[in-house]
Design a protein around this ligand. Structure first.
Ligand code: P61
Length: 473
C-alpha cells in the first residue's frame, strides 16, 4: 500500500468494502495497560489467560461465548421478562423462536450449553457405549464420559491438518463411522454427536451433502443423530458461500434444512444467539422429551425456565431470530476473515480455511522449537497477552486433557491458540491492533521458551491450571 494513496479495507483486498449492519448506541470504555502491569498480571494468573482479571485485558478474544453485544430489540424485550416460576410467558416466546428457527417441536431450556449436554448424556448414553462425533469438544466429551460413554473421533482426516484447504473440514468420515458400527454393533453406539462450525478444528463447517449421507447411514442402522447447534448459523453461512446449490438459500433456510437431518439438537445460546447466558435442548421424540423435561428439574430449574431468568429467555428469543439474518452472518464471518487474511499475508501460521468464529494460530508452526509438553499454544496465548493486552485461549495439549485410561496427556494433532471474535463488539480498528500484536509476537518467536505446568486440576484442567516460564529450551 502506498503512503500517498491510502486504500480502504475493501480496496486492500481488491473488492468493495462491507460495513457492520448496525450502528453503536452505547459504548463500554476499555483501556490499554503497560507491559510491566501485564507481566505482573500474567504471573499472578499462572500464565493462564482464564485466570486474568478482565480489567487487565485490552481486547478480549478469550471467547465468543456470552460476550456478544445485544441489540436494542433484545434489551427492550428483556424488560418484558416474565419472572413467574412456572409457565412464564417468556418461556413460550423462547420456545416459539427455537421451534421456528430450528424446527424441533419439543424444547427444554437450560442455563447454558453444558447443562443441555449433561441432560442429553445422562438420558441417552448407556455405560460403555461409544459416542462418535466430528471432533471432541471439552464439555461435550466430559459429559459423555461422566455418563459412561466413550467418545470416538470420526471427523475427516483433513480436519487434523491445519493447512488442508478442504472446504468442509467439519465433515464426518462415513467410513470411520461405519467401521465403528461394525465393530460395536448399532446397539453399542449411543448416538452420533454432530457439531456445526467445529470449534476445536478451527471453526470448520460440515456440508449438507455430508449431513444427508450421515442421515442415510444412521437410518440404515437405527442410530440417532444429535446436533450441537451452538454455532449452526455460522455453519449455514459457510454452506451458502461454498456448497453448490446453496448460494440462493438464506441462512435461515439452511439452518432448518441441517436440523431436518437430525433427531434433536442442543445449544449454548451464548454464541450464535447473541446473548450473555442461556441454552436449550430440543428434540423430535416425545419419550425422550419427557425424560429430558423430567431431569431438567433436578439439575437446572423448572422446565419453563431451566436456570434462566425470564428476561434471559426474552433475549434468546429475539437473538435467535437475529442470528439467522444473512446480513449479520456476512459481517460476522467477514470480520473474522479480515483478521485472518492480514495474518496470512504476513506469514503467520493459522488454521485454514479461516473459520466462522475465530482465528486459530497454529502454535506448532509458530514455535517449532517448543515441544508439545512445554505447551506451545499456552505459551503463545501468554506471550500475546504480555505483548499487547490481547487475550486469547489455548486449544491444544492443555485443553485436550489426559486419557482417562492411561492418564497420559492426549497430545492432540492440533496445537492452537484461539482468538475468538465476540459478535457485534469490536471494530475493524480493533482487528488491526490485534493483527499487529500477533505479528510482533511472531517476529520475536525464536527467543520464546515454553511453560511448565505447576498446578493441574482434575476436570477441564485448562480453565484453572497454572504454569511457570521455562528458562531453557
Ligand atoms: C467457547 F474453553 N464454548 O468456545 P457453555 N458446545 C460448543 C461450545 O463451543 C461450547 C459448549 C458446547 C465456549 C465456552 C467454553 O473448554 C471450554 O454454554 C461447540 O459454555 O456451557 C462452549 O457451552 C458449552 C470455553 C467452554 C472453553 C469450554 O469459548
Amino acid at each position: 500500500m502506498s503512503r500517498e494513496h491510502p486504500e480502504t479495507m475493501g480496496q486492500q483486498f481488491g473488492r468493495r468494502s462491507w460495513a457492520e449492519p448496525w450502528k453503536i448506541k452505547m459504548v463500554e470504555p476499555i483501556t490499554t495497560t503497560d507491559r510491566q502491569t501485564r507481566e505482573r498480571a500474567l504471573s499472578e494468573a499462572g500464565f493462564n489467560t482464564f485466570l486474568l482479571r478482565s480489567e487487565d485485558v485490552y481486547i478480549d478474544l478469550l471467547t465468543d461465548s456470552g460476550t456478544n453485544a445485544m441489540s436494542d430489540r433484545q434489551w427492550s424485550a428483556m424488560l418484558l421478562g416474565d419472572e413467574a416460576y412456572a409457565g412464564s410467558s417468556s418461556f413460550y416466546r423462547f420456545e416459539s423462536a427455537i421451534r421456528e428457527t430450528y424446527g424441533y417441536p419439543r424444547v427444554v431450556p437450560t442455563h447454558q450449553g453444558r447443562g443441555a449436554e449433561h441432560l442429553l448424556s445422562q438420558t441417552v448414553i448407556k455405560e460403555g457405549q461409544i459416542v462418535p462425533g466430528n471432533m471432541y469438544f471439552t464439555t461435550t466429551r466430559l459429559h459423555q464420559e461422566l455418563a459412561g460413554g466413550v467418545f470416538a473421533d470420526v471427523i475427516i482426516d483433513e480436519a487434523h491438518d491445519p493447512s488442508s484447504q478442504h472446504p468442509f473440514k467439519g465433515n464426518i468420515d462415513l467410513d470411520k463411522l461405519e467401521a465403528l458400527i461394525e465393530r460395536h454393533g448399532a446397539e453399542g453406539i449411543a448416538y452420533v454427536s454432530l457439531a456445526g462450525t467445529v470449534n476445536m478444528a478451527g471453526g470448520q463447517p460440515y456440508s449438507v451433502a455430508n449431513a444427508k449421507a450421515l442421515r442415510e447411514l444412521c437410518d440404515r442402522h437405527g442410530i440417532q443423530i444429535y446436533l450441537d447447534a451452538t454455532r449452526l448459523a455460522e455453519n449455514a453461512y459457510l454452506i451458502q458461500e461454498r456448497e453448490p446449490g446453496y448460494a440462493d438459500k438464506s441462512v435461515a433456510e439452511i439452518v432448518r434444512e441441517l436440523c431436518s437431518y437430525t433427531d434433536g439438537a442442543w445449544m449454548s445460546a451464548k454464541k450464535d444467539a447473541l446473548v450473555n447466558i442461556g441454552g436449550w435442548i430440543a428434540v423430535n421424540d416425545e419419550d425422550l422429551f419427557d425424560s429430558l423435561r423430567n431431569l431438567v428439574v433436578v439439575y437446572e430449574g423448572l422446565h419453563t425456565y431451566g436456570g434462566m431468568a425470564g428476561r434471559d429467555m426474552e433475549a434468546v428469543a429475539v437473538g435467535t431470530r437475529e442470528a439467522v439474518s444473512d446480513d449479520h452472518q456476512h459481517q460476522r464471518v467477514m470480520q473474522v476473515r479480515y483478521l485472518g487474511t492480514l495474518l496470512q499475508r504476513w506469514g503467520v501460521p493459522i488454521v485454514e480455511p479461516i473459520g466462522g468464529h475465530a482465528i486459530f494460530l497454529d502454535a506448532t508452526r509458530f514455535y517449532p522449537h517448543i515441544p508439545q509438553d512445554h505447551f506451545p499454544a499456552q505459551t503463545l496465548a501468554a506471550e500475546l497477552y504480555a505483548e499487547s493486552g490481547v487475550r486469547g485461549m489455548e486449544r491444544g495439549n492443555v485443553s485436550a486433557g489426559r486419557d482417562p485410561e492411561t492418564g497420559e496427556h492426549r497430545y492432540p494433532a492440533l496445537e492452537l491458540t484461539r482468538l475468538a471474535i465476540p459478535r457485534r463488539v469490536y471494530t475493524q480498528a480493533h482487528m488491526d491492533v490485534v493483527a499487529e500484536a500477533v505479528k510482533a509476537v511472531h517476529d520475536r518467536r525464536t527467543a520464546t521458551r515454553g511453560l511448565r505446568m505447576v498446578y493441574e486440576p482434575h476436570y477441564l484442567r485448562f480453565f484453572q491450571a497454572r504454569f511457570e516460564r521455562r528458562e531453557e529450551a
